[in-house]
Design a protein around this ligand. Structure first.
Ligand SMILES: [Zn+2]
Length: 445
C-alpha cells in the first residue's frame, strides 16, 4: 500500500457491503484498498477528503446514442462524454445506430473507434447492430470487441437501420447464441403499432395511444419465446410497459436468460404531465401513465428490472417539432440521470445504494465489465462525489450535450455531482473539465 498515489476519504462510501465511512487508496488507476475511515494516509499519497459528500462508483450507462460520425450535429463524442462526466457517468456504451455508418460491420466499428478515440472524456465501448442482412458480420463484430448486438422489432426511426421480422430475429439470435453473445432488443411489435390509431399532431394522448402497451407486451412475449427455444441471452431495452412484467417474471422462473432495463424518464415523468406539443418528452416506447410508473418502481424493487440507463438520444432542435408523430423520438438524459432517478427514488423510500446498484453495478455486469461498477479492491478508480441532499433547478444552459433540449427543464432535483473521477484522475469538478482521458473499451475476451 505504500505505493498508493491517491487516497479518497468520505464519511459515506458506497461499497458492495453497504455505506460506511472509509478511506480508499488508489494506485495506477485502480482501487488498492478500502480501509477504515481513520486509516493512516500512506507516505507520499495525495489525500482528497470529500467530507460528508458521498463517494460512489462512477455510473455505467450502457444505452447512449452518440451519433458520431454522421449525425454529429445531433450529438458527438466530445459533448456526450462531457455530459456523462458532468453527471457522474464514467463509462458509456454507444448504440449502433443514428451514426453514419451504423456499427454493423467491423469496418464501421473501426471508423467509430477512430472518431471517438481523442474525444472521449469517459471510457467508451460499442454495441454492434443486428440487421436483416448482416448475420455473417455478427461473429466478426463479437470477436472485434462489441459488447453485444442491438436489434429493432419495429422501424427504428432511421432508414439505414432496418428492423428484424420474426424469421430474421430467429436467424440472428441463433447466430449470436452460437457464440453465447447478447442480443439487446427494442421490443415493440410492428403489427400492433400499425393497427393502433395514428392521429398525429400535438396531443400527447394521441401519441400515447399510437404506441400502446400491447405493442411492447407482444414483442417481449415473442422475444422471450425465441430466447427460450434457443437458450439465448437477451436483454429488453427501455422497458416502459408495466404490463409486460408478469411475462418477464414467468420467463425467468422457467430459466429464460433475460435481463431488463428501464430509463429515468419512465421512472420520473408521467404522461399526465406532458404538455401538448412538448416533443422534448417524446421517446419510443413512450412515457406512460402514473399508475404504470408505480409498476416499474415495484419491479426495480423486486429485481424484475435489473438496471436503469439513459437511452440518451438527442437530435437537433428543429427536429423536435410540435407534432408528436413526426418529431424526433429521443430524450437527452445523460447529465441529469443520476439526480433525476435519485430524486424519485428517495421519495419512494429507496436508498442511494439501490440507485448505485441499478445504474452502476448491474449495468457493468450487463456488459461484462468486471473492472467497473463497484468500489472494491482491484476495480477501476472511477468515482462520483455526490451531495445527495443538495437541490438544484434544471437550467438547460448548464447542460453539456450538444443540443440543450431537455424534458427536465425547470424541475428541482435532489443530488449534485461535485466531481467525477476516472481511473484515479479527477476529470470534472465545478464545471471545469480536464483534457479527454477516456479509453475505448472492448468486451472482455
Ligand atoms: Zn435507444
Amino acid at each position: 500500500m505504500s505505493d498508493a498515489e491517491l487516497v479518497l476519504r468520505s464519511t459515506r462510501v458506497i461499497t458492495p457491503e453497504g455505506t460506511r465511512a472509509a478511506t480508499v487508496t488508489v494506485s495506477a488507476g485502480r482501487i488498492t484498498a478500502v480501509l477504515p475511515y481513520r486509516a493512516e494516509v500512506p507516505a507520499g499519497a495525495r489525500l482528497e477528503d470529500v467530507g460528508d459528500h458521498v463517494l460512489l462508483p462512477g455510473l455505467v450507462d450502457t444505452h447512449v446514442h452518440v451519433n458520431d460520425p454522421g449525425r454529429t450535429e445531433w450529438e458527438g463524442f466530445w459533448t456526450a462524454t462531457r455530459a456523462a462526466a458532468a453527471g457522474g457517468i464514467t463509462t458509456l456504451i454507444d448504440m449502433p445506430l443514428n451514426s453514419l455508418p451504423p456499427t454493423t460491420t467491423v469496418d464501421h466499428l473501426r471508423t467509430k473507434q477512430r472518431v471517438a478515440r481523442d474525444k472521449a472524456h469517459v471510457d467508451v465501448g460499442f454495441w454492434g447492430g443486428a440487421l436483416p442482412d448482416n448475420a455473417t458480420d455478427l461473429r466478426l463484430l463479437h470477436e472485434a470487441g462489441v459488447f453485444g448486438f442491438k436489434a429493432f422489432l419495429s422501424p427504428s426511426g432511421v432508414d439505414e437501420f432496418p428492423h428484424l421480422d420474426q424469421g430474421q430475429l430467429a436467424r440472428s439470435l441463433a447466430e449470436i447464441a452460437g457464440f453465447d453473445g447478447l442480443l439487446i432488443v427494442h421490443a415493440e411489435d410492428p403489427d400492433h403499432l400499425a393497427s393502433a390509431p395514428q392521429h398525429g399532431g400535438p396531443k400527447y394522448a394521441d401519441f400515447l395511444a399510437s404506441r400502446p402497451h400491447d405493442a411492447e407486451d407482444t414483442a417481449i412475449a415473442h422475444l422471450l419465446a425465441q430466447a427460450k427455444r434457443l437458450h439465448a441471452r437477451v436483454h429488453v431495452l427501455h422497458l416502459s410497459s408495466g404490463d409486460a412484467l408478469p411475462l418477464i417474471r414467468a420467463a425467468r422462473a422457467e430459466g429464460v436468460r433475460v435481463t431488463v432495463e428501464t430509463c429515468p424518464h419512465y421512472l420520473t415523468l408521467t404522461a399526465e404531465e406532458v404538455p401538448d406539443g412538448a416533443s422534448e418528452f417524446k421517446c419510443c416506447p413512450p412515457i406512460r401513465e402514473a399508475a404504470n410508473q408505480d409498476l416499474l418502481w415495484a419491479a426495480l424493487a423486486d429485481g424484475t428490472i435489473d438496471c436503469v440507463v439513459t437511452d440518451h438520444s438527442p437530435s437537433t432542435v428543429d427536429l423536435k417539432t410540435e407534432d408528436f408523430a413526426t418529431a424526433w423520438g429521443g430524450i437527452s438524459g445523460l447529465q441529469l440521470s443520476l439526480p433525476a432517478v435519485w430524486t424519485e427514488a428517495r421519495r419512494r423510500g429507496h436508498g442511494l445504494e439501490d440507485v448505485v446498484r441499478w445504474m452502476s453495478t448491474r449495468t457493468a455486469a450487463l456488459a461484462g465489465l468486471g473492472q467497473k461498477g463497484a468500489i472494491e479492491v482491484g476495480r477501476d478508480a472511477d468515482f462520483a462525489v455526490f451531495a445527495p441532499d443538495e437541490t438544484f433547478a434544471v437550467d438547460p444552459a448548464r447542460l453539456q450535450h450538444r443540443n440543450r433540449v431537455t424534458a427536465y427543464a425547470g424541475k428541482t432535483l435532489y443530488g449534485v455531482v461535485k466531481s467525477t473521477w476516472l481511473r484515479g484522475e479527477r476529470i470534472v469538478a465545478g464545471g471545469e473539465f480536464t483534457a479527454p482521458s477516456g479509453i475505448l473499451l472492448t468486451r472482455p475476451q
